[in-house]
Design a protein around this ligand. Structure first.
Ligand SMILES: [Zn+2]
Length: 215
């Protein structure tokens, strides 16, 4: 797998620091599952963050905190963690293990040759996450974003003004970016997409389709 498009260092550092919202965290974790280079960078960030914490003056623990922590170690595991979530079948390759345990909705048609499948996050997040599946040869109509959109390619490939994106590649869309991706011939292109805001389509067809895109 040759990966040519990566998240920027600022985003990887935010991931390592736990500063991303859950939806964005899922997208970066999906890229890291495929990309050794970004995994290594994020590990360095974690080490730097840990070293900075060590330099901080130690804070006093609340009274009884140690006893409470030790009692919790002896307590039986809560029932919820013993219950393993059923993993949806027919998931595309490349998803991190923890994401496979989330609830996946059914594939839904949103436009000719394009389907989406919502991923229910276990806690509220301003960024929603979904799988987007486009048939080979599809040209997505001209669209823009009303918020930041993180895309990880799992299967297939697409191209737009920014280059070619295949499995493992990461693409960042924001309100200043308008693009018209073209899906390559070959297998269907399935991407994990973490998006804030809505997709806005231009043109008459886009306006007609817009009601179907609010999922
Ligand atoms: Zn990378």
């Amino acid at each position: 797998m040759t990966i040519t498009h990566h998240p920027d260092e600022e985003m990887l550092a935010a991931y390592a620091a736990g500063a991303l919202d859950l939806g964005q965290h899922v997208a970066i974790a999906t890229h890291l599952a495929a990309c050794g280079r970004c995994r290594a960078f994020s590990r360095v960030c974690e080490c730097v963050g840990g070293a900075m914490l060590e330099d901080e003056a130690p804070a006093a623990l609340a009274e009884g905190a140690l006893d409470r922590a030790l009692r919790r170690l002896d307590a039986p595991a809560p029932a919820a963690s013993a219950k393993t979530q059923p993993v949806a079948d027919d998931l595309p390759p490349g998803l991190p293990a923890f994401v496979k345990g989330y609830d996946f909705g059914p594939w839904r048609w949103i436009a000719p040759r394009i389907h989406v499948r919502a991923i229910a996050l276990p806690e509220p997040s301003p960024t929603r996450v979904l799988l987007l599946r486009s048939a080979p040869g599809t040209k997505l109509i001209h669209h823009e974003h009303t918020g930041v959109e993180l895309t990880c390619v799992l299967t297939g490939a697409f191209s737009h003004e920014g280059g070619r994106y295949g499995p493992g590649d990461f693409d960042l869309g924001d309100p200043s970016v308008e693009h018209e991706p073209h899906i390559e011939a070959g297998p269907p292109c399935i991407c994990l997409v973490a998006m804030q805001g809505d997709l806005k389509f231009g043109g008459l067809v886009g306006r007609l389709m817009q009601p179907f895109v609010s999922f």
